[in-house]
Design a protein around this ligand. Structure first.
Ligand code: UT7
Length: 330
């Protein structure tokens, strides 16, 4: 009998723009201060893609090229590219289309997946299913967002949180039990009222009025989202452990979405994990939405050991949330 195919992560790439937006910079733009931002969110600075003509696809390209270099493959060997993003270059074509053109992935198909801060987990689970099907051998999953494109830098409650960045992983078939082992993904669209972009979609197409009303920016009721996020991310992570008969002791790393340090701490607490087992880079990159989890993997790659159990967890707009169990395999 043939062995079960799992999707192993065989390479990781990442990219953040050079340009830094510090808390001191924000103090000059809105009525805020470094102490408030650090104690309420854990963030000290974020990276901003401010070069004219550059978009989310330009965050994806270097991350994917790093993967190709590390794995020793050419872009035309990639079968499929899934881009988790809520800041696509354009409504259409998809950012994945544009990325494939820019990197020369001539034999790949691809698509964008919009699940806000859970974008990477939704995309990873989808990409893994393509590999598990036996039909695709090299699937690239990217989490990328140019949040600065939709942030109102006059709104102190949102502009302090977000940054730009992208992380990518290569998924390949494995028959030794490594890779994406389980995923619990959730969705509750009734939460859309507290975190969304009001205009630009078919509900409220762009007009002079929508621009004048600043409806093309992120709208967030922070406290309401915070409450759901703390419970959602912690509950689903605990559910994933239970379903796989694991406890915190079996987990080498928690790889949490970086929205707020307090949400990360609550999730780690609930799973019984000490801080040394939790990847946190929110202080340097802020919340890059779909980029946060793969950017953590990218930064921690040298510390990961074969056989490590990782729990990836996220909560975000939609609401969307989830947790994914990965056994590190290389
Ligand atoms: O990743 C996608 C999902 N998003 C999240 O998970 C974000 C979840 N929410 C949060 O992380 C937090 O709610 C925020 C960081 C957005 C806000 O923190 P908070 O502790 O919930 O603050 P708050 O909105 O309750 O505001 C408390 C006070 C208010 O003043 P008053 O009414 O108490 O006088 C705000 O006006 O802090 C004020 N405030 C600020 N003060 C200084 C809000 N933003 C700022 C600011 N600087 N930047």
């Amino acid at each position: 009998m043939s062995k079960k195919i799992t999707a192993a992560i065989t390479a990781i790439g990442g990219y953040v723009p050079e340009n830094r937006l510090t808390n001191a910079d924000l103090e000059k733009m809105v009525d805020t201060n470094d102490e408030w931002i650090r104690t309420r969110t854990g963030i000290s600075e974020r990276r901003i893609l401010n070069e004219p003509g550059k978009a989310t696809s330009d965050l994806c390209v270097p991350a994917i090229m790093e993967i190709c270099k590390k794995r020793g493959i050419q872009p035309d060997e990639i079968d499929c590219v899934v881009v988790g993003t809520v800041t696509p270059d354009m409504f259409f074509p998809s950012t994945a289309n544009i990325v494939c053109d820019k990197i020369g992935a001539k034999n790949a198909w691809g698509f964008d997946l919009a699940a806000a801060c859970s974008g990477f987990l939704y995309s990873l689970t989808t990409g893994a299913a393509l590999v598990e099907s036996g039909r695709y051998k090299k699937v690239v999953v990217v989490g990328a967002d140019k949040m600065s494109a939709i942030v109102d830098y006059g709104d102190r409650s949102t502009c302090i949180i977000f940054g730009d960045g992208a992380g990518a992983v290569l998924l390949e078939p494995n028959t030794e039990g490594f890779g994406v082992l389980d995923s619990i993904l959730k969705s509750d669209g009734s939460g859309r009222g507290v975190l969304h972009m009001k205009a630009g979609g078919s509900l409220r197409p762009a007009s002079y009025e929508t621009v004048a009303n600043k409806e093309h920016y992120i709208y967030q009721e922070g406290q309401a989202v915070f409450k759901f996020a703390v419970k959602g991310m912690a509950d689903v992570s605990a559910e994933l452990l239970e379903r796989n008969n694991l406890t915190g002791n079996d987990i080498a790393w928690l790889v949490p979405h970086q929205a707020n340090k307090r949400i990360i701490d609550a999730t780690a607490n609930r799973m019984g994990l000490s801080p040394e087992k939790v990847m946190v880079n929110i202080q340097r990159f802020g919340n890059t939405t779909a980029g946060t989890i793969p950017l953590c993997l990218w930064e921690w790659e040298s510390q990961l050991k074969k056989g490590d159990n990782l729990v990836l967890a996220a909560f975000g707009g939609g609401f969307t949330w989830g947790a994914t169990l990965v056994k590190w395999g290389f």
